[in-house]
Design a protein around this ligand. Sequence first.
Ligand SMILES: Cc1cc2nc3c(=O)[nH]c(=O)nc-3n(C[C@H](O)[C@H](O)[C@H](O)COP(=O)(O)OP(=O)(O)OC[C@H]3O[C@@H](n4cnc5c(N)ncnc54)[C@H](O)[C@@H]3O)c2cc1C
Length: 476
Amino acid sequence: MKKLVSDKLRKACVVGSGPNGLAAAIVLAQAGLHVEVFEAQPTPGGAARTMELTLPGFHHDFGSAVYPLGAGSPFFSSLPLEKYGLEWIHSPAPLAHPLDDGTAVVLERDLDAAAASLGVDGKAWTRLVKPFVEHWSEFAPEVLHPLPAIPRHPWLMARFGLSALLSAQTIAARFRSERTRALFAGLAAHSFLRLDETMSGAFGMLMAIPAHAVGWPIPRGGAQSLTDALCSYLATLGGHVHTSSPIDSLAALSGYDVILCDVTPRQLLAIGGERLSGEYRRQLQGFRYGPGVFKVDYALQSPIPWKAPECARAATVHIGGSFEEIAASEAAMQSGKTADRPFVLLAQPSLFDSSRAPAGKHTAWAYCHIPNASTVNMLENLEAQIERFAPGFRDTILARRVFSPAALETLDANLVGGDVGGGALDLRQFVFRPTRRHYATSADDIFLCSASTPPGGGVHGMCGYHAARIALARLQ
Ligand SMILES: Cc1cc2nc3c(=O)[nH]c(=O)nc-3n(C[C@H](O)[C@H](O)[C@H](O)COP(=O)(O)OP(=O)(O)OC[C@H]3O[C@@H](n4cnc5c(N)ncnc54)[C@H](O)[C@@H]3O)c2cc1C
């Protein structure tokens, strides 16, 4: 990055040290600014932190756990994070999806192997993802970029555009086997959209493509290793993270040339509303949050006793059965209800990373989608779903920690009502996120850099990267 042309040292601060806040801080520090990060919590990382949430010696990822877009992030990939302790671990397969017949669909990382294992749908799967898998290094910067933009690779993006607006249901209709349809439903359900909704298919593709291009790795030691590597690298650039330093008002931050806020619109209104124009405040008030999650972390006596042994090949397991069942679960959540048989996303990192639990013991991380800020207790339903495909699971539990949406929000204020993606990601909020201005606000020196800006949720740091570049351009 070019040093900022300036006759005096410019100062920047970042509110919040999630992956986007740290990415923004690094871009600013690389440009030669003096950067300080203020973090409300006692440890940096936001939803990329690892803690002993159950018993001593059991290390759980409080938020994110599996990083297709972290490993595939154009910005993170440009940083020497391995030098600062980051090590990606790939389970033999990225993903398993158990079914009621006691088998599981396994998504293999190698595309040819995946096509072979998907049998009758192998060719259709390959047609859907191959151009983007083969051109990931051109595709990722385009798709992790704000819209509208003039694509640098028009044919590739035009091809993606052909599917981008389709629902998961429409794309899944290309598959002949119920097994492949179920697999695609689980991928698309990461979007929190109904599976018959526009763009839900694109999200399914955006989960499938990196599975082949870069894998779905976990960091050795957990999410904290990624955060710690980002903080260590930032420190080499002169940046500093102040923890246990909540910012209640931007007025407290004087003397900075730019302020980047790794917060969502509601928080920006609370801490800096008086610095913003009435029109911009109204736009932020119209920003919509997405559904919430109900999450459970487990300390386990032994590995999860899957009926389908192939589930033990993947760090991530999608639990929800058929396409129709997953679609019903997501439709219930979108209409303000909860499903009796919810779609559950589960990670079992200790199978592949022994540092997560005492010798011979294990950890698991699982959540299901519920309406925003719901107070419903989904523990029984969530565990019944795991038991369905792993009878005896409950007998392996040594301890559990349950997170309602409110409990998640107390450990990271950005998780408003349990929304893990920084705001609903429908077509409108995909293009205008959180407003037409994207990262810029109505105040010249204040920028948003959280997952409430493009390209949205996930640990990739690209919101912070783009926000910081816009802020630098403004300074220059
Ligand atoms: C349960 C869960 C599971 C997830 N699973 C995955 C996954 O497997 N893979 C994936 O890629 N993504 C996953 N995500 C999403 C991903 O973690 C987020 O999209 C990502 O962390 C967003 O980064 P961010 O920097 O925008 O915000 P955050 O990570 O939320 O960080 C925001 C930070 O700002 C701080 N802050 C807020 N307000 C203030 C203030 N006023 N003063 C000071 N500090 C403040 C917060 O304390 C927090 O540290 C998951 C999220 C959750 C919660």
